[in-house]
Design a protein around this ligand. Structure first.
Ligand SMILES: [Zn+2]
Length: 118
């Protein structure tokens, strides 16, 4: 059985990671949790993901299609890497310092994102 994966949002809430998309807890029922795509507010994606519980032992019941393919954490991670490269090229600070500073500014979703998604 595949365990559900969760990461912490910037506000410290658990977000479900599934198929490269992020879901925020939206509705809680007696026997299921409905997660809503984290891009709902930004681009009004209506995708939902139903799970049997809100921890790792839960299972996916069903999920609906997204109106997009891109995910925010992935693009944010790309931006971050670009910024690190740019700062390193300036030669003002050692790369090691730049990376630790930039990672400190990045959201939790980027830092916790599985490396296979980069
Ligand atoms: Zn979506």
């Amino acid at each position: 059985m595949i365990k559900l994966k969760f990461i912490k949002s910037q506000k410290g809430k658990n977000m479900l990671v599934y198929n490269g998309f992020l879901y925020c807890k939206h509705e809680v029922y007696e026997n299921k949790i409905v997660g809503r795509c984290s891009d709902y507010k930004k681009i009004a994606c209506k995708s939902r993901c139903h799970t049997t519980s809100e921890d790792e032992s839960g299972e996916i019941i069903k999920h609906t299609d997204h109106s997009h393919t891109q995910n925010a954490a992935k693009s944010e991670a790309k931006e971050l890497i670009n910024e690190i490269k740019k700062s390193a090229e300036n030669g003002q600070f050692p790369t090691r310092i730049i990376i630790s500073t930039k990672l400190g500014e990045a959201s939790a979703s980027v830092i916790n994102w599985p490396t296979s998604y980069y």
